[in-house]
Design a protein around this ligand. Structure first.
Ligand SMILES: Cc1ncc(COP(=O)(O)O)c(C=O)c1O
Length: 422
């Protein structure tokens, strides 16, 4: 990150003061409820995060006051809607430190962002025999679009292995790179294991072979300072609903030079400069990639979410979650019969675990009866489960509003699971 950007974020931290998690929790109405007669302990943040009042109110305000289609209208409501919509683009640019707001393309989320890159950049630049390199810890969203491209083009998909801690084996990854490598696609933070990948180093290695680098930022964006210029990735994908914004909205960052050379993703209104039956001239960035009426309300909601995160300070959130994760790891690993899956040195947000002789679905069901929401299953990362020789895990994943007391509730809940099942 540039020194100026660092200073900017520091100033925000100084202004806000110490991280008061109890006060922050008041911003999230959904957290204050009972489930099966117990206070809700929401530990499923890697699946989706809860929304602060600022986001809920931004959407309500939009529909109450400003609802209109954007870009095309000259009337006041349309201008207001357009202004709020475009304000989100600048907020997203700042969140990940992109060089320009026109490098931010709004779409449904990480899945759509990766599909866009595969279907536009990939289709144009990948030919038979070319290679796409991913890692063994990818979410299905960062596997299947590349498989589809592979089938269409006769390309090869190469998978870099991970070690028993769930870390990428960097030397093996590097060995997979070569003259045929066209795209390297890696997760910044694994949703199944919590591993943080050294994306800056990965980008440097890939660029040495002239490959472009896509980073799946679905899990990193909500909990880590992201700087796409410093990382020097070519594409970065973010899901709104994981950064405390609504579902159905997210964004793709792409370097201007690449985006300009790429064909559009979909055709329709707004993505054109002019249309005749003979020829269509496409719109400038980023509109070339935003065909049709977009998800205006949720984009505005995402703007409010980014503003909220920025006000708290991503560095503060990162520090808070690191404390909660370290505490959870320490407590959970003390419980006999429990094993943590994913013990990378660089880790954040996620605690996946299994309990001897107990199926993760039973863990999830019993914890739910204690008011504790965790996810159980393969977490859309079946190859990770195969790598560790397990069918599924239980996963507690933390957000900016979780507390050490909630970790204590989880530990008591796991005790209950063991008591009931053994
Ligand atoms: C690492 C990772 N990548 C991609 C995705 C897909 O995100 P979405 O379903 O929001 O498109 C997820 C969602 O869980 C994820 O955790």
């Amino acid at each position: 990150m540039s020194t100026a950007a660092k200073m900017d974020r520091r100033t925000i931290i100084d202004k806000v003061g110490p991280y008061d998690v109890q006060k922050i929790r008041e911003d999230f109405p959904i957290l204050h409820q009972q489930v099966h007669g117990k206070p809700l302990v929401y530990l499923d943040n890697a699946a989706t995060t809860q929304k602060p009042l600022a986001v809920i109110e931004a959407i309500e305000n939009y529909y109450r006051r400003d609802n209109a289609n954007i870009h095309r209208g000259v009337h006041t409501l349309s201008e207001r809607a357009t202004e709020s919509y475009e304000k989100t683009r600048v907020a997203a640019q700042k969140l990940i430190n992109a060089a320009s707001s026109s490098e931010i393309i709004f779409l449904r989320g990480t899945t759509e962002a990766i599909n866009l890159v595969a279907q536009t950049y990939g289709r144009k630049n990948v030919s038979a025999g070319d290679e796409i390199v991913i890692t063994a810890m990818e979410h299905h969203s960062n596997i299947v679009p590349w498989q589809m491209l592979r089938e269409e083009k006769g390309a090869k998909l190469r998978v870099a292995p991970i070690n028993d801690r769930g870390e990428l084996i960097l030397e093996e990854f590097e060995k997979l790179l070569g003259a045929k490598t066209k795209i390297v696609a890696v997760g910044h933070l694994s949703n199944a294991l919590g591993t943080i990948n050294p994306v800056k180093q990965i980008a440097r290695m890939a660029h040495a072979h002239n490959a472009v680098v896509l980073v799946d930022g679905a899990q990193a964006a909500p909990r880590m300072v992201v700087d796409v210029q410093d990382m020097d990735c070519d594409f970065y994908a973010v899901s709104g609903h994981k950064i405390y914004a609504p579902t159905g909205i997210g964004f793709l960052y792409g370097k201007t030079k690449l985006l300009e050379a790429m064909p559009p993703y979909q055709g329709g209104g707004d993505m054109i400069a002019s249309v005749t039956f003979d020829k269509t001239i496409y719109n400038r960035l980023p509109y070339k990639f935003e065909a049709g009426t977009p998800n205006i309300a949720d984009t505005i909601g995402m703007g409010a979410a980014i503003e909220y995160l920025t006000r708290l300070g991503i560095e503060q959130i990162e520090r808070h979650e690191a404390d909660v994760l370290a505490y959870a790891t320490e407590q959970v690993q003390k419980i006999p019969g429990v094993s943590i899956v994913g013990t990378a040195q660089e880790k954040a947000g996620v605690l996946s675990f299994v309990i001897e002789n107990i199926h993760p679905h039973d863990i999830g069901t019993i914890l739910d009866h204690e008011g504790i929401a965790v996810r159980t299953g393969h977490h859309c990362a079946q190859p990770v489960m195969q790598r560790f020789g397990i069918p599924a895990t239980a996963r507690a994943s933390f957000g900016l509003y979780n507390t050490r007391e909630e970790v204590d509730a989880l530990v008591r809940g796991i005790g209950k699971v063991i008591e009931v099942m053994q």
